[in-house]
Design a protein around this ligand. Structure first.
Ligand code: F6R
Length: 614
């Protein structure tokens, strides 16, 4: 979604900001802009609808100078994507420029009051209301920009990450955040600002992550100051971000998504490394072990997540219920937070989020915490809001995921959930030693198994050619592979724009089988698990009605071949880890169909990588 980049120092700000905005492109956006304070104190604004490359063309020949500036990529919420609604926004006098991520929920009330005071508005955004509120407060109180920002934010209801600069001030940016991420990069005599620290990793690895309700006064000539809305200062906590620039580039692949699919053997190594002892198969997950009494005493575990992370959570439910015998519920965070759910003190709430910034999941975490539950996070982005808002957690450590369609994060999430279930199941005594060693052994082999399954890529690419014509798809699975079917369908929908539905295979008879004809291909996950024969019967029923079937089967399978039109053989692993492997041909199928259809694979229409507004 929206992205923020800022700079103040001795360099020309515009190229730094544009580079950062390019790095944020994967998050999804529809317009971009930059505001700069010129060396003589002028405040200039450049913005347009479209991509960062459109903004660069727009800037061409305009010589945007200034060593301080703020830039933005906007994903429209209030007001259509156009030049006027693009950020930054000027205050009415043109003396203050602001960029904003998030939604100001009470903007109508604030706007009406400003109109009464004679303000007029150019755009239909909530953000322009905020910059004018800041100006109104500053002018009526005769206070500094910093004070005006703090006073204005006290009146704001909603989520925001903002950066503000003013005419005549060549050294200072004011930034603030509430429920939307903001990181300040520390350089030598210079500061960087971003909604995603990774976007400015070219310049620094030292970051300060703003907390909710905090304001930063970033002045290139002075030490960084962090304070709350009341002006009370707090210590500045600088953290190192271990990330290499190569992790943010395509590394020779045509798309980030394909790179990330093929990275999975390595990302699984990173996810498992230091956690599963290869000799003893002992699993050390400190985020769990340090709070073992919470997990062992849990009356219930509730997963809260969205999208792909929600699908991974469904697999977590199977893993935990079967190995730990703790009742599990899996909730869409967006539903959970508005349902007035029953949350007990002995509940453990597990928030699953690749980005760690999904607004609904973050709100669900806060709700669970305030209800007294223990909250554990499974996140990828280190230092993200959800990682910080939870009591404890485990990072999946799969590196930056830039393709909008989640791939390596899904397999990392399931892998962490398997480790968690093994640890708790063993401690609780609900999991036999044999089973523990079997699954822990399979976990250790998972990176190698992943390498094997990636060898299906060419075969899947050929199949994709055959099925690119389809307008609809059904994905079927049972048991551990039912969530995999949901995930396969989601991958296809989001990047190829083909309608796809994931279903438990046995549900077909209860209605969806009416959809089956020669034009409705079915992808059936029929690997050899305890529901294998039953899944084959479900495939037969589709075959009998003229449906075309692509089956994902275990290596060496003979039976599925008799009823499926096409089979993709995948290597065998422990049944509970099968989704990590069987999801891969589905990721590839979606990828190749989307590329054959000429879709924008890494930045599909209407989608954002990190959904920071609800
Ligand atoms: C799908 C996808 C989304 C995300 C969802 C949650 O490929 O990426 O469905 O899974 O928006 O995002 P996180 O995991 O960042 O909370």
């Amino acid at each position: 979604m929206c992205g923020i980049v800022g700079y103040v120092g001795e360099r020309q700000a515009c190229p730094v900001i544009i580079k950062g905005l390019h790095r944020l492109e994967y998050r999804g956006y529809d317009s971009a802009g930059v505001a700069l304070v010129t060396p003589d104190g002028g405040l200039n604004l450049y913005k347009c609808k479209g991509k960062v490359s459109d903004l660069e063309r727009f800037l061409d020949g305009k010589q945007p100078t200034g060593t301080i500036g703020i830039g933005h990529t906007r994903w429209a919420t209030h007001g259509e994507p156009n030049d006027v609604n693009a950020h930054p926004h000027f205050s009415a006098s043109g003396n203050i420029a602001l960029i904003h991520n998030g939604i100001i929920e009470n903007f109508r009330v604030l706007k009406d009051a400003l109109v009464q005071h004679g303000f007029t508005f150019r755009s239909s955004t909530d953000s322009e209301v905020l910059v004018n509120l800041i100006e109104y407060i500053r002018d009526t109180n005769g206070c500094t920009l910093e004070e005006a920002v703090r006073m204005a934010l006290k009146q704001v209801v909603g989520a925001y990450a903002i950066a503000v600069i003013e005419r005549g001030n060549t050294s200072q940016i004011i930034a603030a955040k509430q429920s939307s991420p903001m990181a300040i990069g520390i350089g030598k005599g210079e500061f960087f600002l971003s909604s995603d620290a990774a976007s400015i990793i070219d310049y620094t690895q030292d970051f300060v992550y703003l907390g909710d309700g905090e304001v930063a006064v970033i002045n290139k000539n002075k030490p960084l100051r962090i304070m709350n809305l009341g002006g009370k200062e707090s210590p500045v906590d600088i953290q190192k971000l271990e990330l290499s620039i190569s992790q943010l580039e395509k590394g020779g692949y045509p798309h980030f998504m394909l790179k990330e699919i093929h990275e999975q053997p390595d990302t699984l190594v990173d996810c498992i490394r230091g956690r599963v002892n290869p000799d003893t198969r002992e699993i050390i997950l400190s985020g769990v072990l340090d709070h073992r009494e919470k997990f062992l005493g849990a009356g219930r575990i509730i997963f809260v997540a969205c999208g792909t992370s929600w699908h991974a959570s469904l697999i977590g439910e199977h893993l935990i219920e079967s190995m730990c015998r703790i009742p599990v519920e899996v909730e869409y965070a967006s539903e959970f937070r508005y349902r007035n759910p029953i949350i007990r003190k002995d509940d453990v709430v597990i928030a699953v989020s690749q980005s760690g910034e999904t607004a609904d999941t973050l709100a669900a975490v806060e709700m669970a915490r305030s209800a007294g539950a223990f909250v554990y996070g499974i996140c990828n982005v280190v230092g993200s809001s959800i990682a910080r808002a939870t009591h404890s957690g485990t990072y999946i450590h799969v590196g930056p995921e830039i393709g909008v369609a989640s791939t390596k994060a899904f397999t990392g999430q399931v892998t962490v959930m398997a480790m968690l279930a093994l640890v708790i199941g063993r401690l609780k005594g609900t999991l036999g030693e044999d089973k523990y060693h079997e699954v822990a052994g399979a976990l250790l082999e998972l990176p190698q198994t992943m390498k094997e399954v990636l060898k299906t890529a060419d075969q899947v690419a050929d199949l994709a050619k055959i099925f690119t014509y389809a307008h609809n798809f059904i994905y079927l699975g049972r048991g551990y592979n039912y969530p995999t079917a949901l995930e396969g369908a989601l991958k296809l929908k989001e990047i190829s724009y083909i309608h796809a539905e994931g279903l438990p295979a046995a549900e077909m008879k209860h209605g969806p089988i009416a959809l089956i004809d020669a034009e409705m291909p079915t992808v059936a996950i029929a690997t050899q698990d305890h529901t294998y024969e039953k899944t084959l019967s479900n495939i037969e029923e589709i075959k009998a009605r003229g449906g075309k079937i692509i089956a994902i089967v275990s290596k060496g399978d003979r039976l599925a071949r008799r009823c499926a039109d096409y089979c993709i053989e995948v290597p065998v692993t422990a049944e509970c880890l099968m989704p990590v492997i069987s999801s891969v041909p589905l990721q590839l199928l979606a990828y190749y169909i989307a590329t054959y259809k000429g879709r924008s694979v890494d930045q599909p229409r209407n989608l954002a990588k990190s959904v920071t507004v609800e």
